[in-house]
Design a protein around this ligand. Sequence first.
Ligand code: ADP
Length: 490
Amino acid sequence: MEYILSIDQGTTSTRACLFTADGRVAGSAQREFRQIYPAPGMVEHDPQDIMGSVMSVAAEAMVRAGASPSHIRGVGITNQRETTIVWDKNTGKPVYNAIVWQCRRTAEYCEKLKNSPTAKEIYRRTGLIPDAYFSATKLKWILENVDGAYERARRGELAFGTVDTYIMWRLSGGKIFATDYTNAARTMLFDIRNLKWDNWLLDLFGIPACMLPEAYPSGHLFGYTTAEAFGAPIPLAAVAGDQQSALFGHLCLSAGDLKNTYGTGCFLLMNTGDKFVESKNGLVTTLGACTGGRPPYVLEGSVFIGGAAVQWLRDGLGFFGDAAESEKLATSVKDNGGVYLVPAFTGLGAPYWNGEARGLICGITRGTTRAHIARAALESIAYQVGDLVQAMSADAGAKITRLAVDGGASANDFLMKFQADILGCEVARPAAVEATARGAAYLAGLQTGFWKDEASLPASREVKVFTPTADESERSKLIAGWRKAVSRAL
Ligand code: ADP
């Protein structure tokens, strides 16, 4: 038996999955690691904790599959994006903790950028709207705030990497210093049209070019792990940021294909092929995964509060003890009873972009129960994704016919069916919700000849398809109610 090892290094946990040639997961393991909150709004990880989790889940997955290192044809890595690490090229020692994508420490600086003419130029080059989210200002912060860091970086002593780069560097004993286009595209330092680090941006943020890794397509023979890492040298054959990896894992390989991940928030990504679509709705443009040649452009948008609305019903209102119970409660009533919930807990993102908006529940009557509110909360997730899909479809000039889904809250059948009704298109959910790990496995498998070509990739089994049944007038009525509620929140 032979396998591809996929390592999914996420924000709160790391997973490893061994994929077989027919697309099954033969063994997997998951481990959470420490979150460091030095101050409100700040989030860090210890790079050593990240590596510890990677090594332990890989070993455990191999044991569970009964696989020895010689059975592994290649490793694919997918990772939390934008998180920034700077380390000493000689000793390998990080000069500071990893600054996590969620960390807002550079928000004030970015606010100033947002309102300057520079923002337009940044968007033209990177497809991104200046935000503390992306790596550039985190890296700038480290260079300016860690004693001697800037001077050392300028002398060529320090390396910068997103998490993929750091993991490959460590697994190869310092031999591989590289990243892929999907991760590079999220740094806000990469020219996504010409596929190279952008000197104008490096000047703007004061980043010495010598600290940047080489960028390649996601499927690429980056090099080999050391014999010590997993017990034998194994090809490191793919790297992709988590959202782009999931897009590839759903086999959204053609222009117009899109997927949504229903986690704490929601991430909607659409493959737009060779077209850099300029959004009129504040969506960003980034690069997708590929195994050579030019990567596709991807439109990306996110909903801040997705599954988190269900978490709030659970923890804030004490409606139930487990998020999965939301489905039973919501379907205990025949409709929302006119109740709408707008979970604008931290403002509203695309296409509304209003940071001041706050949540509300409206349409309450004497007959309103917990069940109506639970239903309204689940429906609000679908409405928000619906708004995003509509914005994306308008930007790309493409009609949506099918949405591929994954993430924790996609397990909710009611939500998925309602999503299909609101979109008026099919919603397709693979049985195992591991699209992220699957994408990196596909990429590494294609690169190493484990799978011959894209046509021979084993699609996820048992895809459950939710088909819309609401008629147009019902759909319009529901959406009109949502829009009215949103206008009140705004
Ligand atoms: P993340 O990767 O962002 O941590 P996950 O993909 O693990 O998120 O999904 C967890 C989120 O999904 C939580 O916000 C939780 O409330 C929600 N969730 C999990 N199961 C269900 C369910 N059956 N119905 C609705 N929401 C759910």
